[in-house]
Write a protein that binds this ligand. Structure first.
Ligand code: PLP
Length: 428
């Protein structure tokens, strides 16, 4: 999709386009179903001969308005909302992989996605190989097999904070004849649009910055429309061969550039049903209207907090790609020139006990299993999300035992820094 408007305007204006006399604000279509005058009219919808709403599990006007805003922000041809980011990751892979297939993923990814890929998809007969995203093209290419159907990575990894060389990954994927799927949750399309660097499919946990207020769990899949499925017909039969559940319709023939996202909607969502509720879509849309303002403030605050922590002698190490000298500083300059996100990770000297004492003494920053919220929040993965792992296993998983994940909010940065300072004083 040609982006005619800038991101700020798309955030505020895209999606819901009221006609004469219709509500100015996106209405919540709180209805499972939609009325038709004749049986024949409705029949055509079931055969995908005509487009129209009939049942909210497949499509709903509130959800579609929000999906189309996200598609426009990313510069894609279409999008689908899901009930969570996890559902988006699952559908993005399952739309092109079935039992007997394989895909390749960066190993530095969200823990929930790691479990989905390594454990649950395996039960469905879909295998994954994890690669170090900073390895050479040859090393990564060596993980591909004849039955490999996709390459997956996160723009900014949660919580590892590595920054993806998207062009490198796109070129590896395309030389292997598979699409690159990128989880763009942390930068959001305000700070990075992976399609502009060659990614084919983007997914989001809208639960994070897009919602921004920790009010609703959700996800999205966006299709760039750029991947040529027909060029690898045998690899993607689900898209290029007739679907018996729609009287033999072929997605690439009937929907062209919209083939992937249409299949995800009319086949996977129809059959698996992890839909977003229209109520939650409404909340996500309110979040999206200020996304551009919030992202700028998250990044500005995080940069100041990171620089402050870096100067403190009690801080053993810190990761934030906005810091000169960070391993990903140069990659971020290329892909994230306007800022990355509000999440910083660091460890304190003296190890895990000091990290825990520091967190327990924070007053403004709340301990929550959440990131990317307007409110500053903090988590100690070794005590929370990864608490079953031994210190050795933690290190193997890329989560240092002393790692603190600090999600900088949009409060006044001086108050955030004062809170850090008083908690540090109490931790030692
Ligand atoms: C949170 C998160 C997810 C999972 O999203 P949910 O909405 O919690 O299901 C996926 N990827 C990333 C990068 C995340 O931060």
């Amino acid at each position: 999709m040609e982006r005619k408007l800038s991101s700020e305007t798309i955030c505020v204006q895209a999606g819901w386009k009221p006609k004469k006399g219709e509500p100015r604000v996106l209405p919540i279509y709180q209805s499972t179903t939609f009325k038709y005058d004749t049986s024949e009219e409705m029949g055509k919808l079931f055969d995908l001969e005509e487009s129209g709403y009939f049942y909210t599990r497949l499509q709903n006007p509130t959800n579609d308005a929000v999906a189309s805003k996200i598609a426009e922000l990313e510069g894609g041809v279409g999008a689908m909302l899901t009930s969570s980011g996890q559902a988006a990751s699952f559908y993005a892979i399952f739309n092109i992989c079935s039992a007997g297939d394989h895909f390749v993923s960066a190993s530095a990814i969200y823990g929930g996605t790691f479990n989905l890929f390594a454990v649950t998809l395996k039960k469905l007969g879909i295998e994954v190989s994890f690669v170090d995203q900073d390895a050479t093209n040859e090393e990564i290419a060596a993980a591909f097999r004849p039955n490999t159907k996709a390459l997956f990575a996160e723009t900014i990894a949660n919580p590892g904070l590595s920054v993806l060389d998207i062009e490198k990954f796109a070129s590896i994927a395309h030389s292997q004849g598979v699409p690159l799927i990128v989880d763009n949750t942390f930068p959001t399309p305000i700070n990075c649009r992976p399609f502009e660097w060659g990614a084919d499919i983007v997914i989001h946990s809208t639960t994070k910055y897009m919602d921004g207020h920790a009010s609703s769990v959700g996800g999205a899949i966006v299709d760039s429309g750029n991947f040529d499925w027909n060029a690898y017909k045998d690899k993607f039969p689900g898209l290029t061969e007739p679907d018996p559940s729609y009287h033999g319709l072929t997605y690439t023939e009937s929907f062209g550039k919209m083939a992937y996202i249409t299949k995800a909607t009319v086949q996977l969502m129809r059959d698996l049903g992890s839909i977003q509720s229209p109520q939650n879509s409404f909340l996500i849309n309110i979040g999206l209207e200020t996304l551009h303002l919030r992202m700028a403030r998250h990044c500005e605050n995080a940069q100041k907090v990171a620089e402050h922590l870096q100067k403190d002698e009690r801080v053993a190490w810190i990761h934030y790609c906005g810091l000169k000298g960070d391993k990903y500083y140069e990659t971020a300059e290329k892909y994230l020139p306007n800022g990355s996100c509000g999440v910083i990770t660091f460890g304190l000297k003296g190890g895990r006990d000091n990290s825990i004492r520091f967190m327990d003494n924070l007053e403004l920053a709340a301990i929550v299993t959440h990131v990317a919220d307007a409110r500053t929040s903090v988590l100690h993965p070794a005590s929370h999300t990864h608490r079953q792992l031994s210190d050795e296993q933690l290190i193997a998983a890329g989560v240092a035992p002393d790692l603190i994940r600090f999600s900088v909010g949009i409060e006044n940065v001086n108050d955030i820094i004062a809170d850090i300072d008083q908690a540090l004083a109490k931790a030692y």
